[in-house]
Design a protein around this ligand. Structure first.
Ligand code: HEM
Length: 221
C-alpha cells in the first residue's frame, strides 16, 4: 500500500483578526509613512503640534469610549470592550500637563469631528464598532508603545506628558493582544459580516490619515 503524505496547501485564514490585519496592511504602511508620523517620530515636529494632535484624539477616544460603554453588554461589541484599555482619563491628564486646565479651548478640526461622528454611528452597528476599537487600541498596544518612548526622547517630554501610551492594567501587551484576537475570532460572524468589519477597519485607517494630514497642515510650530 502506498501512503501519500497530505498535500501541503496554504489556505488563507478566515479568522476575523487575520482578515483585519491582512486587509489593512497597506493602510497601516501608509499611516506609518505619513508625513505627520514621520516628522513626529523623526524629531522634526514639536510638542505644540503633538498637543494639537492629542486634543484631536481626545474627541475620538471620547466617542469610542462612549460607544464602548453603551455596547459593554452587547454580544458583539462587548467582546472587545475592556476598562483596562480606556484612554480618556490618560488623555485628559496629558492635556492638562501639556496645555493646562483650559486645554479644551484648543480647536477640534473637521477631521477629528468626522472621525468621532463616524465612531458614534457605530453605537447602532456593533460590527463596525469592532473595527474602530481594534484600529486604535491594538495600534496603541503595538507601535504606540514605541511612540511614547520616542516622544520622550525626541522632545524631552516628561513621562507625565505621555501617559496615553501607558497601560497600567495591561502590563504585557503581547498576551493581551493574543487574547483580544482570540475574542474577535470566537465571534460567530459570517463571511459577509467579517468583510464589513474589514471594510470599516480601512475606513478607520483613512480617518486617521485624514487627521494626520490636517495636523500636518496646521500652523503650529
Ligand atoms: C509610525 C507609526 C507606527 C508604527 C511604527 C507602528 C508599528 C506597528 C507594529 C510594529 C505593529 C505590530 C505589532 C505586533 O506584531 O504585535 C503594529 C500593529 C498595529 N498597528 Fe501600528 N504602527 C504605527 C502607526 C499606526 C497607526 C497610525 C495605526 C492606526 C491608527 C496603527 C494601528 C495598528 C494596528 C491596528 C495594529 C495591529 C495589527 C494586528 O496585529 O492585527 N499603527 N504597528
Amino acid at each position: 500500500m502506498t501512503v501519500t503524505a497530505p498535500q501541503e496547501t496554504t489556505v488563507p485564514s478566515t479568522d476575523l483578526s487575520a482578515l483585519m490585519r491582512e486587509g489593512s496592511r497597506a493602510e497601516h504602511t501608509s499611516a506609518e509613512n505619513s508625513p505627520f508620523m514621520s516628522d513626529l517620530l523623526g524629531g522634526r515636529s514639536s510638542v505644540d503640534r503633538y498637543t494639537v494632535f492629542l486634543r484631536q484624539l481626545a474627541v475620538v477616544y471620547e466617542a469610542i469610549e462612549a460607544v464602548g460603554d453603551a455596547l459593554a453588554s452587547d454580544p458583539v461589541g462587548g467582546a472587545v470592550v475592556d476598562r483596562a484599555l480606556v484612554r480618556s482619563a490618560a488623555i485628559e491628564a496629558d492635556m492638562v500637563f501639556l496645555a493646562g486646565d483650559s486645554w479644551r479651548e484648543i480647536p477640534v478640526g473637521p477631521a477629528a469631528t468626522a472621525y468621532a461622528d463616524r465612531v458614534s454611528e457605530t453605537a447602532a452597528d456593533p460590527v463596525r464598532f469592532l473595527a474602530h476599537h481594534y484600529t486604535r487600541y491594538l495600534g496603541d498596544l503595538s507601535g504606540g508603545q514605541a511612540i511614547g518612548r520616542i516622544l520622550q526622547r525626541e522632545y524631552g517630554l516628561a513621562a507625565d506628558g505621555v501617559t496615553f501610551y501607558d497601560f497600567p492594567l495591561v502590563p504585557k501587551p503581547k498576551p493581551y493582544k493574543d487574547g483580544y484576537r482570540a475574542r474577535l475570532d470566537s465571534l460567530p460572524l459570517d463571511d459577509v459580516t467579517k468583510q464589513r468589519v474589514v471594510d470599516e477597519v480601512k475606513v478607520a485607517f483613512s480617518l486617521n490619515e485624514a487627521l494626520f494630514a490636517e495636523i500636518g497642515l496646521s500652523p503650529v510650530e
